[in-house]
Design a protein around this ligand. Structure first.
Ligand SMILES: Nc1ncnc2c1ncn2[C@@H]1O[C@H](COP(=O)(O)OP(=O)(O)OP(=O)(O)O)[C@@H](O)[C@H]1O
Ligand SMILES: [Mg+2]
Length: 313
């Protein structure tokens, strides 16, 4: 399989791929070939990232030559909303693509099983049973080179080495969207786009929206919560769930938070199936989080930015 980036005319490459693929005789328009493989439903509560979504669309589509056309890495600390932004992108621009595939790259096993799933469910590889996982991935990538208008999301790619030789080729006929905690998307052959922490007013908007508390109720406490939680969407989402499900008041939440912070960090909201980790586990996993917060504290006059989180981490 032609899986190296050497200079071969695209037409020649496609023809060679076709020969090597030993492709099953499938009608590509057949409904049996799955064309939308995304393990998440649309998040109707997604908010505050309209400008980022537009920027992402423009960057992925950009035709004027640059180093990494058509491949973008959304980067940022754990819980800042990279996966959520990728999900929102998928549903916002679904109609622009003929095929959308989602691969979790949290570890090698899930990455390779993602390719296997595509091979089986899109039926692009004749028979996967006797093939080793890397061979299957190479065949899926070769098949993708022959398709038009696809989007592949490679989610939670924190160990960059995992995808060596396993990223879809960059070409105008398809887009690759990566999410990673890697702070500068360094080492990833993709255009980096940061998913930043929210601004305080956005955080407040998110808190009210997710807690389903009427706007202007306990405004000082709402602002204090957002500042205390360092404007991190994961933390705001969990606080909002706690207010909605348990305390029904921002003031009460703050009191509880100051008394029983550790317990609240361990708490996992019932409804959040898209992110099952507690705040505590996210923070302890994310050394980047600590580094970034420390940097922000250094640069910021706002010391209210969650010293508590740092000591907890
Ligand atoms: N824009 C948003 N609107 C509403 N909720 C959000 C938004 N962004 C993040 N969240 C909340 O934060 C949680 C974590 O977001 P997400 O899974 O996207 O983080 P992440 O940056 O991918 O983290 P990780 O690096 O751990 O994978 C979500 O499950 C959701 O509750
Ligand atoms: Mg993620």
């Amino acid at each position: 399989m032609l899986n190296v980036d050497i200079l071969i005319e695209p037409d020649v490459r496609r023809a060679l791929d076709s020969l090597l693929l030993n492709r099953p005789n499938l009608d590509p328009s057949s409904d049996a070939m799955e064309k939308f493989m995304v393990p998440y439903e649309k998040n109707e509560q997604f908010m505050c990232r309209e400008a980022l979504l537009l920027n992402l669309r423009t960057t992925l589509s950009e035709l004027s030559p640059n180093e990494y056309n058509h491949r973008v890495a959304l980067y940022g600390m754990g819980g800042v909303g990279k996966t959520q932004t990728a999900i929102a992108y998928v549903y916002t621009y679904q109609s622009e693509y003929d095929r959308i595939y989602w691969i979790s790259a949290a570890n090698e096993a899930s990455l390779l099983s993602g390719f296997r799933d595509i091979a089986v469910r899109s039926r692009c590889v004749a028979s996967v049973d006797k093939l080793d996982p890397r061979n299957i991935a190479a065949r899926v990538l070769a098949w993708l080179r022959q398709q038009e208008n696809w989007l592949v999301v490679v989610d939670n790619l924190d160990e960059i080495d995992l995808v060596e030789g396993l990223l879809p080729e960059r070409a105008p006929n398809g887009h690759t969207l990566i999410t990673t905690r890697n702070p500068n998307s360094e080492g990833i052959p993709a255009r980096g786009l940061e998913v930043p922490l929210l601004e305080v007013p956005e955080g407040i908007q998110m808190l009210y929206g997710l807690a389903k508390i009427p706007r202007e109720t306990e405004p000082d406490a709402a602002q204090k919560i957002v500042e205390t939680l360092g404007c991190l969407p994961l933390a705001i989402g969990q606080a909002a769930s706690y207010v909605r499900e348990v305390s029904r008041s921002f003031v009460t939440f703050l009191e509880t938070y100051h008394k029983r912070r550790k317990e609240l960090h361990e708490w996992i909201p019932r409804g959040n199936r898209q992110y099952s980790k507690s705040l505590a586990s996210t923070w302890s996993m994310s050394s980047i989080f600590l580094k970034n917060i420390t940097r922000q504290l250094r640069n910021s006059s706002s010391t209210s930015l969650s010293l508590t989180l740092i000591t907890y981490g």
